[in-house]
Design a protein around this ligand. Sequence first.
Ligand code: C5P
Length: 393
Amino acid sequence: MKRLLLIVSGGIAAYKALELARLAAKAGYSVTPVLTKAGAQFITPLSLQALCGAKTHMDLFSLTEESEMGHIELSRAADLVVVVPASADILAKMAAGIADDLATTLLLATDKSVLVAPAMNVRMWEHAATRANMALLKARGVLVVPPDEGPMACGEFGPGRLAEPPVILSAIAGLLGKNNMLAGRHAIVTSGPTHEPIDPVRYIANRSSGRQGHAIAAALAALGARVTLVSGPVNIPDPPGVDIRRVETATEMLKAVESAMPADIAVCAAAVGDWRTTTPASHKIKKNSTPPALQLMENPDILAWIAAAGPQRPRLVVGFAAETQNLTDFAAGKRVVKNCDWMVANNVAGTGIMGGQENEIMLLTARGAEAWPRMDKLELAHRLALRIGEVFA
Ligand code: C5P
């Protein structure tokens, strides 16, 4: 079991450290909490202790604490030290090497990697002193989960909001390697386009690169799931740690999915062609004056098939909806019609999303719609995998 030393410093975002503690404990980390005096103005040692299932350390000069475990030992017993939220003050002390309380002493005494997630007023974040401190800390190898941009508790707007706890957890998981939130679970992920043959050399396809589906497969595997990735033809590397089944057509994709069942999780990120030619020509169609008229028929709907799989239906079925208009309405309708639990919707009209590196989605669940900011497909995959992990925690 990997051990985290979680240092909570002062700031309104301290309440989010409680959520991080909860998620980290659920994800199987052993979490030892340390609360600064300023942090204790915002949350109580007791709530931190309850969520971590371990004593909250607060005092540098406590004889009882020192006799249980000396502070040097405490700083080294962890696999990773995380400071969430990291206030401007604690960052300044870290940069200057000041050790005037338990948290800063631990930070100076540790021989382990340190990850900080800063949170503060936008002006403090942008102040030259904070910038210089951050540059110095980064140069010394301190790892940073940068703050988000958005409305702040102080009424201002800008960068300075603490990153969301799942993002911080995903950074922790990335640093410490695999955690086991999804151990023992089987996930089927479909990814990429399908190629529907017209004749032996031509086919009907779409712009899907497979990047998002492949990243989700890797992110689920990183959380300990056994992953079967059913992929259409793509030009990207195989993700590590997954069992990959390569297919060309929608019919083949459905067969591969059927044979991979049962599963606990299904994520249908493939852009499955809606139609195929009724009878693909067995020889290359010759170019002549009249172009051939293609007779099309509907392909099987893999997502709908999985979601209607009766007792074999995975506990969590996630569909994707790429739309070019009326995103939320279409996607919400699709979630219900296809009987899936979550629908990941994105507007692909002129955004460069399809085939690109970044994605911007709405997550539709039975509880409603959540707009996620635009982010790298890998990060989105990690966030989504952690959300899936929470369902099974
Ligand atoms: O094409 P459509 O917008 O209906 O796709 C929505 C979802 O359904 C996606 O998750 C896609 O992977 C899935 N799908 C499928 N089989 C199809 C068509 C779509 O699994 N034939």
